[in-house]
Design a protein around this ligand. Structure first.
Ligand SMILES: [Mg+2]
Length: 179
């Protein structure tokens, strides 16, 4: 059985869109991201706004209220129905108080209670065994040699990276998983 690890933020839950809309509502201006973005993490890209960004992530309700990424929920059900061992592999932020429980609540709300047992909450994803890891982060590092192959989940901020990529709305990019 193929074991598929799927990241939560930026792959299932639309983290960045939420940050942008909260920022716009709170400060009355768009999040000031330049077109030639250099960093994956917003707080590294905008170091002078790091505190405000971290406050947004740490607020109660932020993680639970992230909207699902288009096509993600149907795709996960389809992968599971096809007999794949699908796991949600996600790293909580250091300000874990709300993040950890709300990641579980999000999965229960959008995928169903049965999916709670499929959550793997871990800081270092190289420790998790799997055939494929689908993640929007450009480079995933850790302390052991991973068994999985990293497929990038396609996002505007990782388009310069040359790796195989998947997008839920482009079925041809992931239907090889069902084969
Ligand atoms: Mg992610």
């Amino acid at each position: 059985m193929k074991l598929i690890l799927i990241d939560q933020d930026g792959v299932l839950a639309d983290f960045e869109q939420s940050v942008k809309s909260i920022w716009q509502n709170r400060y009355g201006v768009p999040l000031p991201l330049s077109k030639d973005r250099k960093h994956f993490y917003l707080h590294q890209e905008l170091p002078h706004h790091a505190e405000s960004l971290n406050n947004i992530y740490a607020e109660p309700g932020f993680f639970e209220n992230l909207p699902p990424i288009s096509g993600a929920i149907n795709a996960l059900h389809e992968l599971l129905d096809a007999g794949l061992d699908v796991r949600i592999c996600t790293a909580p932020i250091n300000a874990y108080r709300h993040c950890v429980s709300e990641k579980f609540a999000w999965v229960e709300r959008h995928l169903g209670h049965e999916w709670i047992k499929r959550i793997i909450l871990i800081k270092d994803k190289t420790w998790v065994r799997g055939d494929i890891l689908i993640d929007d982060k450009s480079h995933i590092t850790g302390s052991v040699q991973p068994t999985w192959v990293h497929y990038l989940y396609d996002q505007p901020y990782n388009r310069t990276i040359d790796k195989p990529r998947i997008s839920w709305t482009n079925r041809a990019s992931w239907d090889f998983l069902l084969a």
